[in-house]
Structures are given as C-alpha cells and as structure tokens.
Write a protein that binds this ligand. Structure first.
Ligand code: CA2
Length: 150
C-alpha cells in the first residue's frame, strides 16, 4: 500500500457552500471521502490538505517530492484553484520537487473566462483532468496510480 496526497488550493474549502451551478453540491469533506474510497479500491491510502496560502502549498509539494524519493508516496492529486492561473512558484515547486502531479479542475476552465484558460501548473503536471465535476478527483487518482505503478 502506498499513499497519495490530495492537495486543494485557495477557496476550495468553500465547495458546496456557494456557486453550486459551477462546482456542484459536494463539500470538500465529500471530495476527500470520495478520494479515500477511490484510492482504497486500488489498495492505496490518501492524505488530504487544503490551504489558501501559496507557500503552504509549495512546502507540501517539496515535502511530497522527498517522500516520493523515499518510496513513501506515489504522488499528488492537485487542484491549485485560482493559483493555477497565476503561480510560477507552483510550477517551479513541482519541477523542483520532481513529484508526479495530476492537476485536476472541477469545472471546464476552457469553457469559462479567458483568464482561466492558461495554467502555469499544466506544463509541470504528469496529467490533467478538467471538467468532470468532483468525479474528476477519482479519475485523477486512477490516472496517478496507473502512471506511477505501471
Ligand atoms: O474548476 C476548478 O476546480 C477550479 O480550480 C476552481 C477554482 C478556480 O479559480 C479555477 O479557475 C478552477 C476556484 C475554487 C473556488 O471554489 C469555490 C467553491 C465554492 C464557492 C466559491 C469558490
């Protein structure tokens, strides 16, 4: 059994409380439960972290990279929230940590405002899941497991 880190960025603690037409009715706790279930079906465990702070996310990615190298972690399923569209620092953290990351977005960012069309994270990601609602977290976990355990 290995562990997967599910990392959520800014404002995702508000899931299920506002904008249900865009993000659905599931809460962050529901999403984390879904992730635990998806990973358990594949024989793996999940750790969850949500932060509204870029530096906390960077620290988590760096720690994840060290744990991947130690064989303790498979990788990260990461919804960077709005930092997706602004953060060179998250891009650099993923590259620098050499950590496998599957980027996930609940909404189809390409069907929304132009400022959501570019991701600084995508070029550093091992894979991307976009627009499947919160079910995308399940797909991201399955994709990460396939990519990292062959
Ligand atoms: O579709 C996604 O998963 C996003 O990463 C969500 C971010 C957004 O900035 C990205 O462009 C796409 C926003 C997360 C904020 O979530 C909220 C949930 C409920 C109420 C308000 C915000």
């Amino acid at each position: 059994m290995a562990t997967i880190l599910v990392l959520n960025g800014p404002n995702l603690n508000l899931l299920g409380q506002r904008e249900p037409a865009v993000y659905g009715a599931a809460t962050l706790a529901d999403v984390e439960a879904l992730c635990r279930d998806a990973a358990a079906r594949l024989g793996h465990a999940v750790e969850c972290l949500q932060s509204n702070h870029e530096g906390v996310l960077i620290d988590a990615l760096q720690a994840a990279g060290r744990r991947v190298k130690a064989g303790e972690l498979l990788g990260v399923v990461f919804n960077p929230g709005a930092f997706t569209h602004t953060s060179v620092a998250l891009h650099d953290a993923i590259k620098g940590a050499e950590v496998p990351v599957v980027e996930i977005h609940i909404s189809n960012v390409h069907a929304r405002e132009a400022f959501r069309h570019h991701s600084y994270v995508s070029p550093a990601a091992a894979g991307i899941v976009v627009g499947f609602g919160v079910d995308g977290y399940r797909l991201a976990i399955e994709g990460l497991v396939r990519k990292t355990t062959g």
